[in-house]
Design a protein around this ligand. Structure first.
Ligand SMILES: NC(=O)c1ccc[n+]([C@@H]2O[C@H](COP(=O)([O-])OP(=O)(O)OC[C@H]3O[C@@H](n4cnc5c(N)ncnc54)[C@H](O)[C@@H]3O)[C@@H](O)[C@H]2O)c1
Ligand SMILES: [Zn+2]
Length: 376
């Protein structure tokens, strides 16, 4: 077995660590920066608090980022960076502001639109990049430790990840207190995204030992703490454990990436507007049963289930199904408005992206169609 592991992100974890932002900016040599966040943070005053903490080094705020950010959002963000001559950026948010900021930072010193890179095949170049600090506000995507940015090109109706070694944030600040305000449904959805990252990276065709160890650790935390965070939003210990699970799962999928459930999540989000984590969880229990039955190389999936306290992978899959229902997640295609055979065929077709090839057993479009028919 051959593998490499390199994660060039400084991770700072702990309650109130956001107050060390200025030192982080100094460390990367930032003098004039842009804060990229969602509109709600601008309205709630949290964005201004960050401007203050930065001691004036954050010179502008960009908040025109929609959930599942678009290439147009990135272009508008880049324009602001270029106009003020930003030499760093801080992303404050869930995956959406972080991915928007990450892509913008990657081309801030250049001249082109992100579309040339996202779908045009242009390579990220070192002399166009400015450094980024990521401050996570959801326990979910772990975009703060990956070099991935998932963007939607509305013209092409394409939601796709782009990645490059130059796209890692320099610093990730995970301050669990920031997640105390996350609403219940988003806590559930983002928490299930963590579980999908942990499980899918574990069985991905290019899994590797450091990442697999992180998968097990993160899965156990999710099973123990997600529903506590969901039922008791003010429970800081539960928020802290989920923030930890998120970052550890981020390390877990940083190299092996994800597989079938994430591949299916993209059209579920694009066509039916299912939030990212809920969309990943939609098929996660199905893939767990399917892979345990058909692709359990050396009993690894069975061992993951045992390490998480289950009798076997099927019991683990049943628990995921039950958790989804207890937390009000949608579990059938009819609930999301996908009812006709044509719609199911389209969903199966659009689920066949590159990530599907990372599933431990090869799956054809007919297999995915069968899966969706069983989820009607
Ligand atoms: N880069 C990666 O490696 C990676 C991995 C998985 C998913 N993603 C992408 O990330 C995006 C999803 O990110 P997400 O699930 O974090 O959701 P998000 O960033 O879209 O946020 C969801 C909602 O939660 C709100 N919110 C966020 N933090 C909050 C807080 N602390 N308090 C109150 N409200 C808060 C936001 O305003 C928004 O309305 C998708 O586009 C997905 O494809 C990226
Ligand atoms: Zn995800």
């Amino acid at each position: 077995m051959n593998w490499e592991f390199n994660l060039p992100v400084k991770i700072i974890f702990g309650n109130k660590k956001r107050y060390g932002l200025k030192e982080c900016i100094d460390e990367i040599g930032g003098t004039k920066g842009v804060l990229v966040c969602g509109k709600s943070f601008e309205k709630s005053g949290v964005a201004n608090e960050f401007v203050e903490i930065s001691n004036g080094k954050i010179a502008a705020i960009f908040s025109d980022v929609r959930p599942n950010p678009t290439t147009d959002n990135v272009d508008a963000c880049v324009e602001l960076m270029r106009t003020i001559g930003a030499d760093f950026a801080v992303a404050l948010g869930g995956g959406s502001p972080m991915d928007c900021c990450k892509a913008a930072c990657a081309i801030a010193r250049g001249h082109d639109s992100i579309k040339s890179y996202h779908s045009g095949g242009k390579k990220i170049s070192e002399d166009e990049v400015i450094p980024m600090i990521a401050v996570a506000t959801t326990s979910g995507t772990a975009s703060e430790v990956t070099n991935i940015s998932v963007l939607t090109d509305l013209e092409k109706n394409l939601k796709n990840p782009m990645n490059d070694p130059l796209m890692y944030p320099k610093t990730a600040i995970i301050d669990p207190e920031l997640t105390l305000t996350v609403p219940k449904q988003i806590t559930a959805s983002t928490g299930l995204d963590v579980l999908a990252h942990a499980i899918e990276s574990y069985w991905a065709t290019i899994h590797q030992p450091i990442c697999s160890a992180c998968s097990v650790y993160a899965c156990r935390l999710v099973f123990e703490w997600l529903e506590k965070a969901y039922n008791e939003p003010d429970n800081l210990e539960a928020r802290e454990k989920m923030a930890c699970a998120s970052i550890i799962a981020g390390v877990a999928f940083s190299h092996p990436r994800t597989t079938g459930s994430h591949a299916c999540s993209f059209p579920l989000t694009n066509i039916y507007n299912v939030p990212h984590g809920e969309a990943c969880a939609f098929t996660l229990d199905y893939f767990l049963r399917f892979n345990a039955q058909n692709a359990d190389e050396n009993g690894r999936i069975q061992r993951l289930a045992e390490d998480c306290g289950f009798k076997d992978a099927f019991e683990m899959a049943d628990e995921i199904s039950a958790m989804k229902k207890r937390m009000g997640m949608k579990t059938t295609l009819s609930q999301i408005g996908c009812t006709t055979n044509e719609q199911i065929d389209e969903l199966a077709h659009k689920s066949m992206s590159m990530l599907m090839t990372r599933n431990p057993i090869e799956l054809k479009e007919e297999d995915i169609r069968d899966m969706y028919y069983s989820l009607r």
